[in-house]
Design a protein around this ligand. Structure first.
Ligand SMILES: [Zn+2]
Length: 228
């Protein structure tokens, strides 16, 4: 072996410290795969106990497979996790869940032609059709504390926590369980991030849309939050 070959041998990427890091990455990958597998088998958590958990450690059920979106759109343009708004949406569909919305939103592109990272919202609240009635599930955007893509307004996307209730509230109102869950969720989030009542808005406040639907009692929910 020549001196050069010996030098190459010493810098083998799987030698010494590099091998340690390789094993660490491999193990954490396996651990993540196991965790995701278990999460898929679990019933989406109900709000009282589980939202509290979700707020600090959301599961990554809807994590995008890979992020190829340019840096410009992959991060909020303001400091992350500096939440100022709570933005209420309906799905506009009779049924759905995090995964179904994630699949659909992954097909969309922004104004610059970049593919969306995946589900646009931070939280989804089920209506019993595709997801348990009143169940609250956090998405990867919450666990990673990154911007949403739900508002059609860059400031509100960057600083707004997007909450989507499954249903078409132009046609029928949210279920009682959904209303209990959204009430509890917005109160917790508002308290935690010092968001005043004026920060709770419907999608239609920032964009010409029927969302979250005329049958969603926005004022009633807003009054649950202190004026600030
Ligand atoms: Zn909306």
């Amino acid at each position: 072996m020549s001196d050069r070959e010996k030098a190459n041998h010493r810098t083998n990427p799987l030698a010494g410290r590099s091998r340690y890091w390789f094993m660490l990455v491999l193990c954490s990958g396996l651990f993540s795969a196991l965790t995701l597998g278990f999460a898929d088998d679990q019933v989406p958590w109900m709000i009282s106990r589980q939202v509290a958990e979700g707020l600090s450690s959301a599961r990554m059920k809807a994590a995008p497979e890979k992020k190829t979106v340019p840096a410009k759109t992959s991060k909020a343009e303001v400091p992350e996790a500096s939440w100022k708004y709570l933005v209420i949406h309906h799905s506009g569909t009779s049924r759905g869940n995090v995964q179904s919305i994630h699949q659909e939103h992954r097909q969309r592109r922004d104004a610059d032609g970049n593919r969306w990272l995946g589900i646009a919202y931070h939280f989804v609240i089920g209506n019993g059709e595709g997801m348990a009635d009143g169940a609250v599930e956090a998405t990867f955007r919450w666990s990673e504390q990154i911007h949403g893509a739900h508002a059609g307004n860059s400031l509100v996307n960057a600083r707004g926590i997007g909450i989507c209730l499954i249903g078409d509230f132009e046609k029928q109102p949210p279920t009682k369980a959904q209303l209990r869950s959204v009430a509890e969720l917005v109160q917790e989030l508002a308290a935690k991030h010092q968001i005043p009542r004026s920060g709770l808005i419907g999608h239609s406040s920032v964009r010409a849309t029927a969302c979250p639907g005329r049958l969603f009692p926005l004022e009633r929910i807003r009054k649950l939050i202190p004026e600030g």
